[in-house]
Design a protein around this ligand. Structure first.
Ligand code: HEC
Ligand code: HEC
Ligand code: HEC
Ligand code: HEC
Ligand code: HEC
Ligand code: HEC
Length: 425
């Protein structure tokens, strides 16, 4: 019991140990609530359906398509492995990972798509979906397999928080126990020393003014952090996918029928806004096509209703009811963004910013449109510098360096694309 011969040190340690323990407990429990809340099987399902379903069966179906079944794939590989593979399997194989190379060879060397734009959270959501659905029995009778997490997702959520509460309560109980033991040991030591100090009650000591103030301080600190990060996400709507008034499918038009994006979004090359086509543009084709393979005449009739087209007389003599499309991509008013600048001058493909639109039945916002997203691309993307006479007088030094081979590209960031006033009025 040598340590108790130094009461000052022990008291010092004790005072801080409780505070450190309380704050650790708090941070651990709250961050784990956030971590669990962030892995959303429902979002994972959406990502899976629009990006993976073409090659992989739903994870509860143990049958190979182009790619192998993903049933219980979370047990076959670690999360870190899956993140690397799913984001860019090609690069991952090049890094020499033996598993990755073997899986590629075992599957006849059919390359899987890469998904460099996926965040870790996106992939974790897909893994959460795989976990949630892997052992749900597929519904054989109806032909259509039951691969949605709708019924399960809520259970999953409460299971997670159930486990979490048990962990938190155990930790709390443990801390009370440790506190008690510590207190008894101290008493014992003091008695041995012959001191006779009056003692506060257990609860008085736990909820001393100092400890309570400290807990409040931690709560304020944490909720401040939470508030800031939550409000930064406000108004950002990566993944936003509203139901539109007409079931217009980009997969049918831009995918199967290969209609050029600019046929309908002519503005993207010429002006600031890409623009949504008027119903008269739809009529160019739908005057003749009055039936679709999936929705029959119902949805196309809405176009006729919008322009007041009378199918029997073939005249535009009815009342017009403009289609109220819901705008998906929205930048705040204080940001200047110009399509022509990117599509025409920058030669950037629509898909870089909007994802694989030509595979979507319903458009979904692919990126956050946050400031970081814009600026990062400006830092990385080379501009069409040599061909562009506009830059010549402005950036002679960069031009010379490029010619002499000192640099191999000029990025948008280097010619002012990270300056605040370029994007903010
Ligand atoms: C173009 C078809 C294709 C698409 C799209 C695709 N995959 Fe794959 N996937 C494959 C093939 C093929 C393999 C087998 C390995 C190989 O040949 O590269 C594979 C393998 C995998 C593996 C490893 C399986 C194992 O047995 O270890 C995982 C995990 C995986 N894919 C997840 C995904 C996810 C998640 C997505 C969607 C984000 C996706 N894949 C999209 C074709 C595809
Ligand atoms: C036949 C006409 C047509 C073609 C071709 C077409 N689109 Fe569209 N696009 C529309 C219509 C109508 C909407 C509004 C309804 C919707 O969101 O689905 C739209 C919406 C969009 C949106 C979302 C706009 C918003 O509200 O933020 C994007 C992005 C987009 N299209 C990109 C593309 C790209 C990229 C292509 C080519 C791969 C393309 N479109 C081809 C008609 C078309
Ligand atoms: C550099 C990124 C980028 C590229 C490339 C890009 N877009 Fe956009 N697009 C955006 C952003 C950002 C918005 C939101 C604009 C806003 O709210 O002011 C948007 C909005 C849209 C809209 C909604 C209507 C509008 O203009 O606000 C459509 C439609 C659209 N884009 C189609 C296209 C098509 C088609 C292409 C390719 C020809 C394309 N975009 C290329 C970033 C891009
Ligand atoms: C360049 C020609 C063209 C234009 C412009 C066009 N469509 Fe289509 N649309 C088609 C073709 C082709 C089909 C598929 C018909 C088929 O497969 O039988 C189709 C199918 C459809 C369907 C039925 C889909 C289904 O699966 O049942 C709807 C709804 C539709 N279009 C809405 C629109 C709307 C709204 C616009 C205007 C924003 C538009 N289309 C513009 C060519 C066009
Ligand atoms: C995929 C990459 C990419 C993304 C994402 C992107 N940009 Fe750009 N941006 C470029 C390139 C490349 C140019 C240079 C075009 C050229 O050659 O003139 C450019 C040019 C610009 C310019 C003109 C700057 C100048 O020097 O005059 C503005 C303003 C701009 N972008 C705003 C934005 C905003 C706002 C966003 C986000 C909403 C955004 N950009 C997202 C690649 C991108
Ligand atoms: C390439 C374009 C671009 C440049 C350069 C840029 N911003 Fe932004 N900024 C944006 C976009 C886009 C948003 C909207 C983000 C959102 O809605 O989440 C934004 C939002 C903001 C906001 C609002 C807070 C927020 O996060 O939404 C502030 C403040 C801001 N920018 C300041 C600056 C300052 C200061 C600079 C110069 C150092 C700068 N910006 C340079 C594109 C840009």
């Amino acid at each position: 019991m040598a340590s108790f011969d130094k009461p000052a040190l022990s008291a010092y340690f004790r005072r801080f140990a409780t505070k450190i323990f309380i704050s650790l407990l708090f941070i651990v429990s709250l961050t784990s609530v956030r971590v669990y809340a962030d892995s959303d099987p429902k979002k994972g399902e959406e990502l899976f359906t629009s990006n993976c379903r073409g090659c992989h069966n739903p994870p509860n179906v143990d049958k190979k398509l182009t790619g192998p079944s993903l049933k219980n794939i979370d047990q076959k590989h670690t999360e870190a492995w899956l993140i690397k593979w799913i984001r860019n399997n090609e690069e991952f194989r090049k890094s020499g990972d033996k598993d990755a190379i073997k899986i590629f060879e075992d599957n006849g060397k059919v390359p899987m798509n890469t998904f460099p734009s996926f965040s870790d959270d996106d992939i974790k959501n897909i893994i959460a979906y795989v976990k949630a659905i892997s052992n749900v029995a597929p519904d054989d009778g109806g032909g259509e397999t039951k691969n949605t997490v709708t019924e399960n997702s809520e259970n999953e959520g409460s299971n997670y928080s159930g486990i979490l509460w048990i962990v938190v309560l155990t930790l709390l109980a443990l801390s009370a126990l440790i506190f008690r033991i510590n207190r008894n040991l101290r008493r014992y030591a003091e008695e041995k020393n012959g001191d006779n100090i009056p003692h506060k009650s257990f609860y008085r000591e736990v909820f001393s003014k100092g400890n309570v103030a400290f807990i409040i301080f931690i709560i304020v600190l944490y909720s401040g952090y939470w508030l800031v990060s939550a409000s930064q996400g406000l108004g950002r709507s990566k993944g936003y996918q509203p139901i539109q008034p007409i079931k217009f499918s980009h997969a049918v038009h831009a995918g199967q029928n290969q209609i050029n994006c600019l046929y309908c979004h002519a503005g993207a090359e010429k002006s600031k806004t890409a623009s949504i086509p008027s119903a008269m543009i739809c009529m160019n084709c739908h005057k003749a096509i009055d039936k679709g393979p999936r929705t029959g005449t119902e949805e196309i009739a809405k176009i006729y209703n919008a322009v007041g087209y009378n199918t029997t007389s073939g005249k535009y003599d009815g009342a017009q009811h403009p289609i109220k499309w819901i705008k998906i991509h929205n930048l705040p008013d204080h940001v200047y963004f110009n399509h022509a600048q990117h599509v025409k001058a920058g030669q950037i493909e629509c898909q870089k910013c909007h994802g694989a639109i030509e595979t979507m039945d319903e458009v979904q916002q692919a990126h956050s449109l946050s400031m970081g997203w814009c600026v990062n691309c400006h830092r990385e993307t080379g501009v069409q510098f040599e061909q562009n006479k506009y830059y010549e007088p402005l950036f002679t030094k960069l031009h010379e360096e490029l010619k002499s081979g000192k640099i191999d590209k000029v990025t948008e960031g280097e010619i002012g694309g990270t300056e605040c006033q370029k994007c903010h009025y």
